[in-house]
Design a protein around this ligand. Structure first.
Ligand code: ATP
Ligand code: MG
Length: 374
């Protein structure tokens, strides 16, 4: 006799696993109507062959920014054949040359040689092609913060947005995507005067919104009755801690895999609890991946110590990076605002009060993320 609750070895709980992949672009994309409409409105001029209104999408991890832009791209490309839309991942392409090479590849179908060609030459080729084909170029700079250091953002935006001054007739629009708008303070006036983006805020999702979105993934990703209402609620409760939907989708997938491993036809609370240990780190790793190298270094030193006097930490930091106290102090403040560390006065230092830098998260999780170089 077979127990109907037992999963046979060749059976699966997943109707369509793809629905639970992080880069899956769902048809159902609720709770972002305002943002999508603002984006559509900004892109509308492209339907008439004009340059769009530049946009800046800002919000914490996993709030749908990248997905919203991909939706916008899809729509504009179906309705306007004269549009060339390209998303650049600035974490990978973090210099002007790399960004322009990516655009070149989209237009010409081949990557330019990695060296020996000047930026100027590539850019001229791109401009020529756009003018000849009468196309409007739309560039989404995803994770734009990576370009904000060492002046790359200024160079990139300047080249793209002031191109028409040098090449009349050229039409280029830019969408910037960022977690934290304060990274843009480094943009200089020459860039700001042409960028003038329409800012679109992506706030954290609330419990009911997360539930609605995850329920849709459950419906298409799993066979019926695999995920009960209670299990869904438990999943949503975990996701609400960070508001990061990436964690939610990963959690559903891992919970399902855990249940399969147990040979069960249903996902139970224990599968979710176990999965959360792995999924929660996604949010942290994403946050850590957005830090600068010097910030990662300080976090690593702090993680290895767990608790350390600020002066001592500074000494180690300075030895390894050569950076001074102002920078150190700035980074400590940043790590504090991210809730990675506490920096309270101890009240007992030898020369009066000293600050103690104390890790607020599991050191192992932090070191794990740093190692992944995510
Ligand atoms: N409103 C929504 N409806 C359905 N799925 C959503 C929605 N918002 C986000 N998602 C899903 O959540 C995941 C994270 O979304 P996305 O990558 O767009 O976030 P993001 O804001 O770009 O995050 P980050 O700042 O970390 O890059 C994706 O798998 C996406 O499909
Ligand atoms: Mg994104």
């Amino acid at each position: 006799m077979t127990d109907k609750n037992i999963l046979l070895w060749d059976e699966t709980l997943f109707k369509e696993l793809e629905v639970l992949e992080p880069d899956y672009l769902p048809d159902y994309f609720p709770h972002r109507d305002t943002q999508l409409n603002t984006l559509r409105f900004a892109l509308r001029p492209m339907l008439r062959g004009m340059r769009p209104v530049n946009c800046l999408l800002v919000g914490p991890p996993g709030t749908g920014k990248t997905s919203a832009v991909m939706k916008g791209f899809k729509e504009i490309e179906t309705h306007a054949k004269n549009v060339l839309a390209i998303k650049v991942n600035c974490q990978i392409d973090s210099t002007r040359f790399a960004v322009v090479s990516r655009i070149y590849k989209k237009i010409f179908g081949i990557s330019p040689p990695a060296s020996g060609v000047a930026f100027r030459k590539l850019f001229d080729n791109i401009v020529d092609s756009l003018i000849r084909s009468e196309k409007v170029l739309l560039v989404a700079l995803d994770d734009l913060n990576y370009l904000c250091y060492e002046g790359h953002a200024n160079e990139v935006l300047y080249s793209l947005l002031r191109a028409h001054e040098e090449f009349p007739g050229i039409k280029i629009g830019v969408i910037g995507i960022l977690n934290d708008a304060s990274d843009l303070y480094r943009l200089d006036a020459r860039v700001n005067s042409v960028f003038l983006p329409e800012e679109i805020a992506f706030p954290r999702y609330e419990y009911s919104e997360i539930r609605d979105i995850l329920r849709d993934r459950v419906k298409y990703g799993f066979y019926p009755k695999v995920i009960s209402e209670e299990v869904l609620n438990l999943t949503v409760a975990y996701v609400e801690r960070t508001g990061d939907l990436r964690v939610g989708i990963d959690l559903l997938k891992r919970s399902g895999l855990n249940a399969e491993l147990r040979g069960s036809r249903k996902v139970a609370a224990v599968d979710v609890e176990k999965a959360y240990e792995a999924s929660k780190i996604l949010h942290l790793c994403r946050g850590i991946s957005l830090l600068l190298d010097s910030e990662k270094k300080l976090l690593e030193l702090a993680a290895k110590k767990g608790e350390i006097q600020a002066g001592e930490l500074y000494k180690a930091f300075h030895e390894q990076t050569g950076l001074g106290y102002t920078r150190f102090y700035g980074i400590v403040n940043k790590l504090r605002s991210l809730n990675y560390v506490d920096a309270n006065f101890s009240g007992k230092g030898q020369r009066g009060r000293t600050r103690i830098i104390k890790l607020k998260l599991e050191a192992a999780d932090i070191l794990n993320c740093l190692e992944k170089k995510a």
